[in-house]
Design a protein around this ligand. Structure first.
Ligand code: 5AD
Ligand code: SF4
Length: 472
């Protein structure tokens, strides 16, 4: 039986799927085993690697099978309602494991933990631990508290925490690509978005610790790093004595210079903050990939204002033009929300026409999902009917399929540098990897070529989402 006492560390100031399970099975001894499952944005996956590192320091080993775990952690996402629903369904599946093993500890981490706080323990009785994204260092105490028969909550948000000194355990990595977190939180307050509430204030990680992490990855044979932040363009760091200032362009350059053989990617960029200086830095360094994820959300200025995105359609177009001017050969992907509060048919058409202008290589497309507590939920009416949101989304998806294909077709007949990641999903006679523009390329195995190698591939054909070719 659990003691009903709750270790509660909430903070008054508390003001982003797809699931991935850790794959490497590092279970070697009879120590306690951790299973961790992650939902939502790449940041969450990177956080799970920090959590695994902290737990391994405590003597835990990791397992890829929840049925043999002593501790199950689920790192959650609150960005849309269906993301939360998936987590709740998954928790139901874990309850059988708890019946079989009463000592099993189940912990909810990440954005849902932060949003629902101790309420989670009331709503989901099988949950023992609730930990927000800035409280992972407290896991040893929290686990100890649960071992003593209590339930444990720490959802304290921080203005400083960047986990800069913690070496992530690369859980799901192929040994070639790694995520490197460069900042945490978000200060933007887009009206639809729950992230500023679940991940707290924006703070940038010490660039020296970032360069050190990338250097270690390079020494360990990694060939690609993706720098992560909710809004990487607003990265800024000043040394304590004020003598050193680094912005995102400066950080990108430092990371690119670690090893010219390591590809550098980054996500996510914000249209209001992406500067020409960043674009010139991308253009200057061969190993910084010509690919920018630049969420537009809507192509209409009135909707953008209601979303508090702080740019207009014209501003976004200006940024697209700057990208095309400074990095002529650059893919741009985006995020789009259909059916935001009060969106009219004409305003939806503006999104479609902007998509025509931009010819995005890829898009993540969503219907608007009202999130409790956000500025939009408080001030605006979620008045676009679900079927209209759905129909507009389908039009957006159809448009995107055309432009994804057009962007791939542009690459036919060209020789592209591809970083080999492994065998293709469908056949072990084929290898796969990404080109500079983040498109997946499939090509027949050639003896001696292995994951982590760069190869030149002549692109001969394409499907709706993949390029097909051969090594030349
Ligand atoms: N409803 C729908 N989509 C949302 N996003 C963020 N919040 C919401 C919401 N409430 C989308 C945005 C963002 C991406 C990560 O998720 O497009 O860029
Ligand atoms: Fe959310 Fe806007 Fe911050 Fe992105 S920039 S995390 S959409 S508030």
């Amino acid at each position: 039986m659990f003691n009903p006492e709750i270790t509660l560390k909430e903070h008054d100031e508390a003001r982003q799927g797809e699931a991935l399970v850790l794959e490497n099975d590092k279970n070697v001894s009879n120590s306690r085993k951790l299973y961790i499952e992650s939902y939502g944005c790449q940041m969450n996956f990177a956080d799970s690697e920090i959590v695994a590192s902290i737990m391994m320091e405590m003597g835990f080993t990791t397992t890829g099978h929840y049925k043999e775990a002593d501790v199950i952690f689920i790192n959650t996402c609150s960005i849309r309602e269906n993301a939360e629903q998936r987590v709740r369904n998954r928790l139901k599946e874990f309850s059988a494991a708890k019946t079989r093993k009463p000592d099993l500890i189940i912990g909810v981490l990440g954005c849902m933990a932060e949003r629902l706080k101790a309420k989670f323990l009331e709503e989901e009785k099988l949950v023992d631990i609730v930990v927000g994204p800035d409280a992972y260092r407290d896991l040893p105490n929290l686990i100890g508290s649960v071992d003593d028969g209590n339930k444990a909550v720490n959802v304290l948000l921080s203005r400083e925490e960047t986990y800069a000194d913690i070496s992530p355990v690369r859980l799901t990595s192929n040994g070639i690509s790694a995520f490197v977190s460069i900042m945490r939180g978000c200060d933007n307050m887009c009206s639809f978005c729950v992230v500023p509430f679940t991940r707290g204030r924006e703070r940038s990680r010490d660039p020296h610790s970032i360069v050190k992490e990338v250097t270690e990855l390079s020494e360990n044979g990694y060939k690609e790093v993706t720098l992560l932040g909710q809004n990487v363009d607003s990265y800024k760091w000043t040394s304590e004595d004020g003598s050193e200032f680094v912005n995102f362009a400066g950080l990108l350059e430092r990371v690119a210079l670690v090893n010219p053989d390591i590809r550098v990617r980054f996500s996510t960029s914000h249209p209001k903050d992406i500067t020409d200086e960043v674009l010139y830095t991308i253009a200057k360094h061969e190993n910084i990939c010509n690919y920018i994820h630049l969420p537009v959300q809507s192509g209409n200025s009135r909707i953008l204002e209601l979303m508090n995105r702080t740019y207009t359609r014209e501003w976004y177009i200006d940024r697209l033009d700057a990208i095309r001017r400074i990095i002529p050969d650059c893919a741009v992907s985006t995020d789009i929300i259909s059916g935001f509060c009060t969106e009219t048919e004409e305003e939806h058409q503006d999104t479609l026409s902007l998509m025509d202008y931009a010819s995005f290589s890829y898009a993540y497309m969503f219907t608007y999902s009202e999130r409790p507590g956000t500025p939009a939920a408080k001030k605006l009416k979620d008045d676009v009917p679900d079927e209209v949101k759905g129909r507009r989304l389908n039009e957006i998806i159809a448009k995107q399929q055309q432009s994804s294909r057009a962007e791939l077709e542009q690459q036919l007949g060209k020789v592209q540098k591809v970083l080999v990641e492994g065998f293709s999903k469908k056949s072990d006679k084929d290898l796969c990897g990404r080109n500079d523009y983040n498109a997946m390329v499939i090509f027949p195995v050639v003896e001696g070529i292995k994951p982590g190698d760069y190869v030149n591939v002549l692109v001969e054909r394409c499907t709706s989402a993949t390029l097909i070719g051969r090594i030349v």
